[in-house]
Design a protein around this ligand. Structure first.
Ligand SMILES: C[C@H](O)[C@H](O)[C@H]1CNC2=NC(N)=NC(=O)C2=N1
Length: 113
């Protein structure tokens, strides 16, 4: 199967399917550093990224914002001193779409090798 990090988002419609439990389990194997969690009944993917200072965290947050705009699929970005928390979910369906897993994998790809 093509790696998530090499994929692009598909246009997401309100009637797009949420990932099933089985798909979730399979997709999570490719993004092991992320945590699936439910907030107000909405399933989301979340990860904290740690940095040496605010400036480095800010630069990473900007990279994620650029990636999001390039795919027109947008996360929640919490920027703090030395830390960025990224949360992906699909607003249009109120849960997780394959796009969210693609974007989580591509977010990981922004980290320095
Ligand atoms: C109008 C609507 O917000 C847009 O179609 C896009 C923008 N970015 C988006 N981002 C995310 N995460 N979910 C969406 O449903 C979504 N929709």
């Amino acid at each position: 199967m093509t790696q998530l990090a090499q994929q692009q988002c598909e246009a997401c419609r309100a009637d797009a399917p949420k990932v099933s439990d089985a798909e979730l389990a399979e997709l999570m194997t490719q993004i092991p550093d992320w945590t699936p969690l439910a907030r107000d009944g909405v399933l989301q993917l979340e990860r904290e990224f740690k940095f040496k200072n605010f400036k480095l965290a800010w630069a990473f947050a900007n990279q994620v914002a650029e990636l999001a705009e390039s795919e027109f699929h947008h996360p929640a970005i919490l920027l703090e001193w030395g830390k960025v928390t990224i949360t992906w979910w699909t607003h249009a369906i109120g849960g997780l779409h394959r796009n969210d897993f693609i974007m989580a994998a591509r977010t990981d790809g922004l980290l320095e090798p």
